[in-house]
Design a protein around this ligand. Structure first.
Ligand SMILES: NC(=O)c1ccc[n+]([C@@H]2O[C@H](COP(=O)([O-])OP(=O)(O)OC[C@H]3O[C@@H](n4cnc5c(N)ncnc54)[C@H](OP(=O)(O)O)[C@@H]3O)[C@@H](O)[C@H]2O)c1
Length: 298
């Protein structure tokens, strides 16, 4: 790619595989192992988890599959998240749905994740959401401790605005490497609220969650026919699929967006990986922008 990309500070792949929906895929351990292996072979080596995914089950499902072939561990860069508490039959001690960014919760959450994933460290820990009660000193204390004892190599955040990011960064010696936010041709908010400019200024990698708007992009004809037409025209010009164009559109942005895809279909994952070779012209980029905005640029 000709455009600037900060490679996540730990040589992660440009496109990451998200495992939020893993519990819905209905794969047994062997099938999941095969999915992970094929993704790695294709070059998608960064995997995105969170403690709460799948009602706290996704990390364990992944860990069980990985344990069938432990040599794969060193080929992966594992991201997980913490900071949300979700009442669940799998966590009977949690009684309310809220944020918890206390030192104790962060440390306990990482221990649970390591145990579930069956690994001794993770490459990147993200604070899942900003909290109105965020105490940057407490978070920094937890992060520094996890780094010192080697359980977490790098840190970042998710769904943070620039001020929240700067506050936490101001208490840390280590650079926060990532801000994972929702970005897609259907979700333009963070293109315009300073998040991506802030990321560029501070060499932070913006990771794009739900790059296909959680699947709405494939129902676009009914949701936003104008955007569907624009994406279709660009797809035809590149002999590519809609999802490839959506990813190429994100990766064309100068902040070096790293998409996190969420498909459980290996064919779709392999197709997504090919999007890295598609270069959109500025005309094509703006055709999609204008169609999504619903009006010409001012
Ligand atoms: N940090 C955060 O707050 C946050 C929030 C949400 C998500 N995430 C991360 O982002 C990842 C991706 O999110 P997402 O799953 O919403 O991403 P997405 O890629 O926007 O949507 C995935 C959905 O689209 C469907 N899909 C993909 N390609 C398709 C195609 N060609 N035709 C029809 N349907 C298609 C998938 O179904 P199939 O499986 O059938 O392909 C799946 O249901 C998550 O796994 C998670 O790791 C982070």
């Amino acid at each position: 790619m000709a455009h600037q990309y900060h490679p996540l500070g730990f040589e992660g792949s440009r496109i990451a595989q998200g495992y939020w929906r893993l519990a819905e895929w209905g794969m047994n351990d062997q099938e999941l192992l095969s999915f992970i292996e094929q993704s790695i072979t294709a070059g998608i080596t960064t995997v995105d988890h969170a403690d709460i995914y799948g009602d706290y089950q996704c990390e364990s499902l992944f860990g069980r599959a990985l344990a069938l072939k432990p040599s794969l561990r060193d080929k992966l860069q594992i991201i997980t998240k913490c900071g949300i508490k979700l009442p669940s039959k799998n966590r009977p001690e949690i009684t309310s749905h809220r944020y918890d960014q206390s030192v104790q919760h962060i440390l306990q959450s990482v221990d649970n994740s390591l145990q579930n994933l069956k690994v001794d460290h993770i490459e990147l820990l993200l604070l899942h959401r900003p909290s109105p009660l965020m105490d940057a000193d407490h978070i920094a204390e937890a992060f520094e401790h996890l780094h010192t004892i080697g359980k977490v190599r790098h840190f970042g955040v998710s769904n943070f605005n620039a001020q929240q990011f700067d506050l936490l960064q101001s208490r840390l010696e280590m650079p926060l490497l990532v801000n994972q936010v929702e970005l897609s041709p259907l979700e333009l908010k963070h293109f315009e609220d300073g998040t991506l400019e802030h990321a560029q200024q501070h060499a932070v990698t913006p990771m794009a969650w739900s790059p296909f708007a959680g699947g709405d992009m494939f129902r676009l004809e009914g949701i936003n026919p104008t955007l569907f037409k624009a994406l279709t025209e660009v797809s035809e010009a590149h002999n590519a699929s809609l999802d490839q164009i959506a990813l190429a559109w994100l990766m064309r942005h100068p902040s070096g967006i790293a998409p996190v895809i969420g498909s459980g279909s290996i064919e779709r994952v392999l197709s997504a990986q090919q999007a890295q070779s598609i270069e959109l012209s500025d005309d094509q980029w703006f055709a999609i922008w204008v169609a999504s905005k619903g009006h010409p640029v001012p």
